[in-house]
Design a protein around this ligand. Sequence first.
Ligand code: SF4
Length: 442
Amino acid sequence: MAKHETPFLDQLESGPWPSFVSDLKQQAEVRAKNEAGVEFQIPVDCVEDLLGVVELSYKHGRTHWKHGGIVGVFGYGGGVIGRYCDQPKLFPGVEHFHTMRVAQPCGKYYTTDYLRSLTKLWDLRGSGITNMHGATGDIIFLGTTTPQLEEVFYELTHNLNQDLGGSGSNLRTPADCLGSSRCEYACYDSNALCHFLTNEYQDELHRPAFPYKFKFKFDACPNGCVASIARSDMSFIGTWKDDIKIDQDAVAKYIANDEAYPANAGAFRGSRDWGPFDINKEVINLCPTKCMWMEGDELKIDNSNCTRCMHCINTMPRALKIGDERGLSILVGAKAPILDGAQMGSLLVPFVEVNPDDDYAAITEIIESIWDWWMEEGKNRERLGELIMRQGFQKLLEVTGIEAQPQHVAYPRTNPYIFWKEDEVEGGWERDVVEYRKHHLR
Ligand code: SF4
């Protein structure tokens, strides 16, 4: 028999999709039965009380978690988010219900043993409820009491070789894609760079000294599996400088609908009959910059106009490959809509080589020049993207010592006020624009 009636929450279980309410009810039962005979360190009925307090919040239309009360572990300024219930008499099991952020391994590679030790620890010293993973990427341990914080921290750091993540006004736990550990599109080793910067900036991660949160995310190719362009103050996206490699024989096989060459590696074609592959419809006409065309049987790409969107490569992976001169682009200033609405990252560095041999010096130099500026000029709780909006992208270029480049233009292909005639153009990228117009804007 449930401890609290939860009619509002019960509604959230209807429908075909998974429900956090069902998960919580299941966890509440596990704790109540306590089959393993575990000596829980926080109340057995904390999950029941969690359901009760959330139900009450739905009923009252306001939260029953209190603001305030700083908790943490010795030596760290982040990693624990204090949470207290304002109805401790009604819900004693969640009087304290602190969250702990645990740094996820690079690429989120786990062994089952490791996961078991984490859940065992959290069953004993917390509510047993986890969030895999939080929005920043960390493993989230949801709900424990103040006396358990140091215990969990000790166990993590001493016996599980595991660190807490970031929270508050500091560097948040850096997050990355699988990168070259599994992906043929990877333009750099995102795991290695993420690991290096996590170690390099331990102080910034654990001792909040910034105006507000700061996130690094690493996508090893422009497919952006961790969506760094939208989710991080500083986004590192793999790219290449030279040409897309074309295997014309493989192109011909795609065009001939050879079974061994299914478009999108067959990923989207299995569920429905899309008809035969049509290179014009599915690749050439969908190229965002219209820089591809067929010359006879040969596929051509005007690489100077390719924005590395990955569409053609994703569609014909056996025929098209990323180039060999690989590195990454750095974008800055993405954020969720706290002030002034959501922002995507703006391109700051179009290309930088990724060199572990000199400890990624070219990258850390840029990071630190940005932090110096932001820490000096940023207002309390002002994200980097907001400072860029307030003081201008030009200012960012000044403080980082980066020269303005065509790639910094926010909407280069939509500005209707710049036209060149052929005889005005001497060469370089202007010539490419004319060439492009000749081919594609007839
Ligand atoms: Fe066009 Fe994108 Fe392919 Fe570049 S990567 S050629 S922009 S479809």
